[in-house]
Design a protein around this ligand. Structure first.
Ligand code: DQA
Length: 139
């Protein structure tokens, strides 16, 4: 099982700041992950939450299972130490994904408290980043 976990506001994709995030919807993101998983012959569970405690519980479960995780921590990326600490417990791979190129935006978005505990980071490739992350993990 590979978990694809998405943080706050990502359920609003499609209508949320389309100049930055494009018009692809959250459902498109889910479909890309499921189709990629089918192609690769792996199983994915795609989830989104706006609640910090829920994300932490999902990460604990992934840690207990030794599962690989694709994580878009959204705004939590930049300041959430509890999410970071939960990420540090993971035993499988962790690929941090951002839809937008966070390095092209506000200065404070360049800082991630997650990246140094991640296996790798993908940013700025839209929802294609999820496909690439899953391909990396599966291979
Ligand atoms: C994001 C980038 C974050 O800075 C922002 O807070 C998000 C989405 C992205 O996917 O580009 O909510 O993680």
């Amino acid at each position: 099982m590979i978990y694809v976990l998405n943080g706050p506001n990502l359920n609003r994709l499609g209508t949320r700041e389309p100049d930055i995030y494009g018009t692809t919807t959250y459902q498109d993101l889910v479909d890309v992950c499921r189709n990629t998983a089918d192609d690769l012959g792996v199983t994915v569970e795609v989830r989104q939450t706006n609640a910090e405690h829920e994300m932490i519980e999902w990460l604990h479960r992934a840690a207990d299972e030794g599962a690989d995780v694709v994580l878009n921590p959204a705004a939590w990326t930049h300041y959430n130490i509890a999410i970071r600490d939960a990420c540090a417990m993971l035993r499988g791979k962790l690929v941090e994904v951002h839809i937008s190129n966070v390095h092209q935006r506000e200065e404070w978005r360049r800082r991630s408290v997650i990246s140094d505990v991640a296996t790798g980071v993908i940013a700025g490739l839209g929802i294609d980043g999820y496909r690439l992350a899953l391909e990396h993990i599966a291979r």
